[in-house]
Write a protein that binds this ligand. Structure first.
Ligand SMILES: O=C(O)CCC(=O)C(=O)O
Ligand SMILES: [Fe+2]
Length: 356
């Protein structure tokens, strides 16, 4: 994953906006409408009554904390992250750093077993079974949300998005991020209080399902230089649109008025699978607390050879194809080799309106 170099917190504003909280137990048409609207306006939303068992979450959280509590040399046995494995401070391959240590795992079962042998050598099955159960549960949640999105967009093939991450060879990831607390000798001036844990970026995949341990730090940016803190919420998962489902929050129009926004969406956005409907928003995490923050992110991704193109209902004469068809492997290569601001999807722009 490519992230921007941590900004030496330039002049920026904070704004308190409550993200949409969507109750998945409500009536299906209502839920799908709310999800589509949240994806168009915010790219981020919270889901409650999501059906993922507290036990599955607690087991994954406790295995993760156990791992991060180990002495550094033991953790390093699971590294370096290339891209999977244990990493500390260095994020990706392009010099991006942050106050974070992490475990990046492929979600396929064989890979979880293999990594568990180095993550938890004395009892690998504890870690592997927690990770497998967690991945299965959050993948189910991600698929459910993707199907609700398709319904809300009136796409007749309601599995058009979810099929991609259900594939046995899907390239989905589980990332466990640990942001250590400030140490006693840390400079506690206001600027250092906002140390970058994970620099601003968009997630390249389809959909991210994120959970944190009740310690704040996640922020999203809907307009340049304005950051919105996302309050931690132990009853919720935070869901965000990835680049493949959309692309490039920077090109989002300024309007917050829904009607104006909808009218302008197709010309102003640059997107892939939703052909400009959904917004993949920049976000970051700050290590700004005396308490350790831990987040667990499931990134739903297609298989490497999957071809990315919008369902036919989302392409009309008024809303022509913005991008040529590309594979996830092509996009991933671009995402791993470029910096965030380089506009990865511009490389995939359609040369003519109806080119496939
Ligand atoms: O820790 C967080 O809340 C955000 C992490 C994140 O954005 C990521 O892993 O892509
Ligand atoms: Fe992210």
């Amino acid at each position: 994953m490519v992230v921007a170099t941590p900004n030496p917190i330039r002049s920026e504003k904070m704004r308190n906006i409550e993200l949409p909280i969507i109750d998945l137990s409500a009536e299906r048409p209502e839920v799908s409408g709310l999800i589509v609207r949240a994806c168009q306006e915010f790219g981020f939303f919270k889901v409650i009554n999501h059906g993922v068992s507290q036990d599955v979450i607690a087991r994954m959280e406790s295995q993760s904390f156990e791992f991060f509590a180990k002495p550094v040399p033991e953790k390093q046995l699971a590294g370096p992250a290339n891209p999977h494995g244990y990493g500390s401070k260095n994020i990706g391959f392009n010099g991006d750093v942050g106050e974070v240590e992490y475990l990046l795992l492929s979600t396929n079962s064989a890979s979880i077993s293999q990594m568990s042998n180095v993550i938890s050598p004395h009892d690998p099955t504890l870690f592997s079974s927690a990770a497998r159960c967690y991945v299965e549960a959050v993948r189910g949640l991600a698929c459910e949300i993707l199907e609700l999105m398709a319904e809300g967009l009136w796409v007749s093939d309601t599995s058009a998005f979810s099929r991609l991450i259900r594939a046995a060879d899907s390239d989905s990831l589980l990332r466990l991020n640990h942001y250590p607390p400030l140490t006693e000798d840390s400079d506690t001036s206001p600027s250092s209080f906002r140390r970058i844990g994970f620099g601003e970026h968009t997630d390249p995949q389809i959909l991210t399902v994120l959970r944190s341990n009740g310690v704040g730090g996640l922020q999203i940016s809907l307009e340049d230089g304005v950051w919105i803190p996302v309050a931690p919420d132990s009853s919720a998962f935070c869901v965000n649109v990835g680049d493949v489902l959309q692309f490039n929050g920077r090109e989002r129009p300024k309007e917050t008025n829904w009607a104006k926004f909808a009218l302008k969406a197709y010309t102003a956005f640059v997107k892939a699978m939703t052909n400009g409907r959904f917004v993949s928003v920049r976000h970051r995490a700050l290590a700004n607390s005396y308490k350790p923050r831990m987040s667990m992110a499931y990134f739903g991704a297609p298989s490497l050879h999957a071809r990315i193109f919008p369902p036919p209902e989302l392409v009309t004469p008024q809303r022509p194809r913005l991008y040529r068809t590309f594979t996830w492997a092509e996009y991933k290569k671009a995402a791993y080799s470029l910096r965030l601001g380089d506009g990865r999807l511009n490389l995939f722009r359609s040369r003519t309106v109806d080119e496939g």
